[in-house]
Design a protein around this ligand. Structure first.
Ligand code: SDX
Length: 436
């Protein structure tokens, strides 16, 4: 970041002395006012719950232009990555800063492929869960537990440890997600197969059984690989900020990623794809397209607490570019599977059209986000609704790791420790219980 040729001045109307604060500029996007000395100079904090106007860090990984609906991974537009690259190339880009050449790509594929198995002991963690446990509950446990197998390489301040942990996590997340699925359906775990692609290997671990050969459908394989690319990283979203804050204490990478899994689970965040599909199924069960108008009235009535899941975004005030790509992927998969007339897809298209013409949504700049179509395509592939967010976590792991490693690699980083505006009781003495 570079110093701007202007400063910010903060003045107070109560006669407190004004202060000047430096302004820094990035390569693109808004400038930042450096308030790091504000408390020392004024005895005051800033107040920004939800971080609507706060840059928590500097980063060179992902950039979103919410007004234009633009998403760049290390400068490359998501539309080009999703159509011209595969997920492991995107992993190389996010982790190391550039797309790989053929030799670098082969090396990364080889490293990831040879770390896809998990220690045999991992399966015994699963047995502690009920068969109907939510996969995100299982994933939160399994990812955190992974650290117990690698105590020789979990020093987050050691670059070699960070690199091998990144490879292990990227390689093992598909295995863990598939294990949590197989456990929930009472089928035997399927081991990774090294001659398959990243997405193909995941499909086989999910849907193969020991009883018959399994052939990866290349259209589904490509669609899933694209879904992984679309979910890989997204600036300082809630789960990435969680990973950064967790990692800032110096904890091991597996623990920090487990914290990200837990945060992503929330319906306002990564859990929205599951919530969106449940919403579409509810509307479908209660009259379908004919009932969309009634549903939209509920959404617009604040007291109902009903939201149009898969719509709206803290940053995008235009179309989420991932939603458009996800819609195209949806069409490809439904066509491949002969489900062009999938009623839920038709319902989603109808709902989107109505919302985009309704002033409630237009005035609030609410557009479909990445979660709006992802549930429909995953359901068509045969992925159970409860596993949607697990797939999101699988894909976002590379983004979380890249952001974590960027933070730890920054000599200026400190343990995160926000302050507060205290509104509680002033000092008061404890009374004996008889007097309370
Ligand atoms: C992800 O941050 C990321 O980058 C996240 C993510 C990533 O890749 O990491 O992109 C992934 O989490 C996508 C978002 C998935 N969530 C959903 O689809 C859930 C539904 N969306 C909303 O919960 C909401 O839009 C949020 C949480 C996504 C954004 O919340 P904000 O920025 O706090 O928006 P807001 O609540 O300030 O909304 C502004 C207005 C409000 O109305 P008013 O108070 O102005 O009258 O729009 C309304 C909101 O009530 N609103 C919605 C709505 N989203 C916002 N009304 C109905 N349906 C919605 N979906």
């Amino acid at each position: 970041m570079k110093l701007a040729d202007y400063k910010a001045t903060l003045s107070f109307s109560n006669g407190n002395p004004s202060i000047e604060m430096p302004v820094y500029q990035g390569s693109i996007g808004p400038d930042v006012v450096d308030i790091r000395k504000l408390y020392a100079q004024t005895g005051k904090f800033t107040y920004d719950p939800g971080f609507l106007s706060t840059a928590a860090c500097q980063s060179a990984i992902t950039y979103i232009d919410g007004d234009k609906g633009e998403l760049l991974y290390r400068g490359h537009p998501i539309e080009q990555l999703a159509t011209q690259c595969d997920f492991l190339e995107t992993c190389h880009l996010l982790l190391y800063g550039n797309l790989p050449n053929a030799e670098q790509k082969a090396k990364l594929e080889g490293r990831v492929t040879n770390h896809t198995m998990v220690n045999e002991q991992m399966q015994f963690f699963l047995r502690g869960f009920r068969r109907d446990a939510h996969p995100m509950a299982i994933m939160t446990g399994l990812v955190g537990a992974l650290s117990s197998f690698y105590h020789d390489s979990t020093d987050i301040n050691n670059p070699e440890h960070r690199d091998i942990s990144a490879i292990r996590l990227i390689a093992k997340m598909p295995t863990l997600v598939a294990m949590s699925y197989k456990y929930s359906v009472g089928q035997p775990m399927i081991y990774p197969q090294n001659d398959l692609s990243y997405a193909g290997n995941f499909l086989r671990m999910m849907f193969a059984t020991p009883c018959a050969p399994y052939k990866v459908n290349p259209v589904i394989e490509r669609a899933l690989d694209r879904i992984f690319i679309l979910h890989a990283d997204h600036e300082q979203n809630a789960s990435t900020s969680t990973v950064r804050l967790c990692g800032s204490s110096g904890t091991n990478p597996f623990a920090a990623i487990a914290a990200g899994v837990a945060c992503l689970w929330g319906p306002a965040h990564g859990g929205a794809n599951e919530a969106c599909l449940n919403m579409l199924e509810d509307i479908q069960a209660n009259g379908g397209v004919a009932k969309v108008g009634e549903f939209m009235e509920k959404v617009k009535d604040k007291s109902s607490g009903v939201k149009l899941m898969g719509f709206g975004h803290r940053v995008y005030k235009n179309f989420d570019p991932r939603a458009k790509l996800m819609q195209e992927t949806c069409k490809e998969v439904l066509a491949e599977l002969g489900l062009e007339n999938d009623p839920l897809f038709k319902l989603a298209l109808a709902l989107e059209k109505i919302a985009l013409e309704d002033d409630y949504f237009v005035s609030r700049k609410l557009y479909p986000n990445v979660d709006y179509y992802s549930g429909i395509v995953q359901r068509a592939i045969g992925i159970p609704v409860k596993l949607f967010t697990g797939i999101f976590a699988l894909a976002r792991t590379v983004g979380w790791i890249a952001q974590l490693n960027e933070m730890i690699g920054d000599p200026e980083y400190k343990i995160g420790r926000p302050r507060q505006l205290f509104t509680g009781s002033e000092r008061r003495d404890v009374l004996p219980i008889a007097s309370r």
